[in-house]
Design a binder for this molecule. Sequence first.
Ligand SMILES: C[S@@+](CC[C@H](N)C(=O)[O-])C[C@H]1O[C@@H](n2cnc3c(N)ncnc32)[C@H](O)[C@@H]1O
Length: 254
Amino acid sequence: MLKPHRVKERRPRARSTEKPTIGEAPTSFFMAWRDIAFWIRSARADAALAKLRARMGLRESFNQLYRSMRDPWGATSQRYRYQKQKYQGLLSILPNREYDNVLDVGCGLGALARWLTPHARQILGIDISDEAITEARRMSRGLTNVRYLQADIYDFQAQGQVFDLIVLADVLYYLAPLNECTLKLLIEKIARLLSPGGLLLLTNHYFFKIDRASRTTSLLHDFFCRSPWLIRVAEYARAFYLATLMERIKDSEN
Ligand SMILES: C[S@@+](CC[C@H](N)C(=O)[O-])C[C@H]1O[C@@H](n2cnc3c(N)ncnc32)[C@H](O)[C@@H]1O
């Protein structure tokens, strides 16, 4: 299990987060009934997934979930505003530059990848679910700089490519198994996929350390930042996510 290990100095060391950023941060978050319905829907999706995982493998359980709910976490829904606000918030954290090669790990239906298309030369979204990938491709028709691939991040082979931006949005909690050992492997893998000076944007559920999952999110993000390859450059706690931006240390600094 992950051992609690507090990072004493949480102030990010400014390296590459030059202003302005590529998006406007949403200024308000208004909770209406339909937003509350979003959380109920997401909780239902997680419960359905847990049941499926007890009966079948990881890939098939995600496939089954996407087949039965199409958009389990309301990523593309016009009805619920949370996800759109989250994607805009994430964009507002990224330094304003043209990204060359972006990797969206666990891209789901490709919603965040599509938000990134005006800011990148090319984007690759990978997801363990074939169903999600098929739908992401369908929803991205006409966009020439985004492509999708069914792949488990643990097995993903980049064929020598490196990325100057990798995003991992609400994926960690869905990886299995997730323990200290697999997390170390994942971090090393991500670090190897990043070009020197490349950025990793990590986001997970967070509600100001009030609930247990929020505290786990803090521990997970700190774990990434303590790796020998990554340095935290910025961190934002928003309702209801924590977003941490890290930079890949250049090998000579390692
Ligand atoms: C909650 S969704 C997040 C989707 C998207 N990142 C977003 O923010 O809208 C989690 C996604 O992670 C994918 N996933 C889970 N385990 C994975 C793995 N080992 N490799 C790649 N994708 C994975 C699932 O299929 C699912 O689409």
